[in-house]
Design a protein around this ligand. Structure first.
Ligand SMILES: NC(=O)c1ccc[n+]([C@@H]2O[C@H](COP(=O)([O-])OP(=O)(O)OC[C@H]3O[C@@H](n4cnc5c(N)ncnc54)[C@H](O)[C@@H]3O)[C@@H](O)[C@H]2O)c1
Length: 337
């Protein structure tokens, strides 16, 4: 196969970055088409990225026989319908997380993927492609920290982007489904185990708007995994200092911390505010390389006839767990899986 010709849907915060990466950074790939219902943005970005085929209708894009694969970066509630339609149209599919916003939707997507085993399907759990997470993973797998005792993860968005988070809230699925899915994926990946029980709390500490969707602006969940590992997840939308994603894995023989200070780089700034290290601004900055590496794996899998590392089953299982966390948060009860 020559270059993999990709059509990408959704040109929002992340969709534009994926489109730019495909156009400029991914080897053996071509950005062949774009789709968004925002016609002005669609025309502008198509011209900027040199894309001749652009569509306001997803079904029209996937009817184009010259496209081999589709990137789905549309709002989360549209993912599963677009996954099934693209597979039926004979395309390989990369979908952003979450797989869907309900278990039923996710199961439908799983059926669609299973019915098209000749096509590559990959879900965008890009943290698995971040070099620090990969390095830590190898150490855990090599037994260097012994048996995992506690997996602790914080995912905090900056307060300064709160307006965007409020606008996204009606179709995000809530904090557990929108944000914690990454940490749930990592907890399963690092521990090789599945949850047994969950308790969750939180609330609207600064922004009552999230209450309309039975959500909070800061939430947490404590889970017991079947291998006895304790898993603590915290997600918030009001970080004063920037974008904070940190993870700690405590084992019987050692402890690994990933980005416990979410510093942008190695520069220290000495000024009237004292001595400080600047923080990552957002997910695009923190996971810049991970987005490139995951897209490259998707293209390589298509060209080499391989399966991707992140499967549709990962997406279904993570959504089931996130849904149970949400239910525990809403009911205040300790729930069993
Ligand atoms: N992996 C990550 O780190 C990460 C980070 C951010 C977002 N995401 C996921 O990516 C997806 C997009 O998020 P975002 O922040 O870019 O959203 P966004 O709201 O910024 O952008 C969504 C885009 O989709 C377009 N759109 C809406 N309905 C459409 C339709 N029917 N057909 C075509 N286009 C349509 C909108 O016009 C908009 O341009 C979400 O599922 C989100 O969960 C993943």
């Amino acid at each position: 196969m020559n270059k993999v010709r990709i059509g990408s849907v959704g040109l929002g915060r992340l969709g534009l970055r994926h489109a730019e990466n495909i156009a400029n950074k991914i080897q053996n790939a071509e950005l062949a088409a774009l789709c968004d219902i925002n016609e002005a943005a669609l025309r502008e970005q198509s011209a900027r990225l040199g894309v001749k085929n652009y569509y306001t209708d997803f079904n029209a894009m996937i009817a184009n026989k010259d496209i081999d694969a589709v990137f789905i970066v549309s709002p989360s509630a549209l993912h599963t319908g677009q996954i099934a339609a693209a597979l039926d149209a004979g395309k390989h599919v990369f979908s952003e997380k979450p797989l869907g916003t309900t278990i039923e939707e996710c199961k439908n997507a799983e059926k669609a993927v299973m019915a098209h085993k000749d096509k590559v399907f990959m879900l965008g759990f890009m943290r698995r492609f971040d070099e620090s997470y990969r390095y830590a993973y190898k150490k855990v797998m090599a037994g260097e920290i012994g048996k995992p005792v506690l997996f602790r993860a914080y995912s905090q968005d900056p307060e300064k982007f709160i307006e965007g988070a409020i606008a996204f809230a009606p179709h995000s699925g809530g904090e557990f489904i929108d944000m914690c899915v990454h940490d749930i994926d990592l907890a399963r990946w690092f521990t090789g185990s599945e949850p047994q029980s969950v308790y969750a709390i939180g609330g609207c500490y600064a922004h009552p708007e999230f209450g309309k969707y039975a959500d909070g602006d800061n939430v947490c969940a404590l889970m017991k995994f079947k291998n006895n590992c304790m898993v603590f997840l915290f997600a918030g939308r009001t970080a004063p200092h920037g974008y904070n994603v940190e993870t700690e894995i405590i084992g019987t023989k050692g402890i690994l911390r990933i980005a416990s200070v979410p510093q942008k780089n190695l520069v220290e700034v000495l000024d009237s505010g004292g001595v400080r290290r600047e923080c990552h601004e957002n997910f695009l900055e923190r996971f810049e390389n991970a987005y490139v590496l995951e897209a490259q794996q998707f293209v390589d899998c298509i060209r080499e006839g391989r399966k991707s590392e992140v499967t549709v089953q990962d997406g279904v299982r993570v959504l089931e767990i996130a849904g149970k966390c949400k239910q525990a948060f809403e009911t205040g009860e300790l729930l069993k899986f």
